[in-house]
Ligand binder design. Sequence first.
Ligand SMILES: [Mn+2]
Length: 340
Amino acid sequence: MEASVVNVPAAEERAPGTLARCVSALERGERFLITMHEFPDGDALGSALALCLALKERGKSVTVYSPQGAPQNLRFLPGAADIVRSLSRDARFDVCLACDAGDDARLGPDLPERERRGETLNLDHHPRSKAFGDVNLVDSTAASVGVLVWRLLKALDQPISRDIAACLWVSIASDTGNFRHSNTNAECMRIAWELVERGVRPGEISSRMYESQPLARVRLLAEVLKTLVVSKDGRVAWVVASREVFEAAGTVEETADGFISYPRSIEGVEVALLLREEGPQRQRVSFRSRGKVDVGAIATRFGGGGHHNASGCSVPGTLEEVRALVLREVQRGMERARIF
Ligand SMILES: [Mn+2]
């Protein structure tokens, strides 16, 4: 093992042998299924595709499954074009790897039964991750699931190709907000350094991820920002992506993913929300916290989940009803955090 992987991961201390069990499953298995949470982000896709590339280099048969596939700005990732959106009923695997899932309910409708998908490895860093795997490699101190994949590949003595490095970079850069968020730590910076040494060009990847937006998405942002509201005390800010907002922007294909960073960026705001209309009677809510309020706990109350500073849930009710409900819970969260 290289000197760069000096820290003993917290997960290894809590559940000794977990990493070794994963390594042995990766060595023994022949047919692999890799999947991730629905509507995958850079971490889910980057970690899954890095694993896929590594396993293929080891001569394994690999299927990567995601019902939605990669969003437009992540389609440049090596292997993204080979993601399958459905699985046949008789597909069988030796090992199933779930990346960044939080909960097996988020793994898509075609996830095979346990007997057909094989030994299930849950690779995750969500603090309330459900232990649905036969092996649960879960470490909330890992900045992204790509960090866990890095540890696995190192333990396997797997050479890190430039393509694998690019996938891991996207995983880490996405979940740390480009090394800005509070989960940015020494381990992920050390890995990032090694990835650059293996040929990753951070500027090129950033440009693909953030500076290749369709015009319609920027028009959608303009409409979403018109809905910005800040609470009287300046601590809570929210934006709304309703059906009318999409109509005004003239797009149905674009998503409001990431727009929550704008209310979050306002000085003095502790909690930011983005409400998206999933239907007239159901709203998707994303939360971001500046650190004092545990928005993961708030989302969990509504049946969702996530991290202390970033979470989401889907709530039944009209936009008005859901906004009132979640704002009340945010207020309680602020009181618990002693922010008045
Ligand atoms: Mn993640």
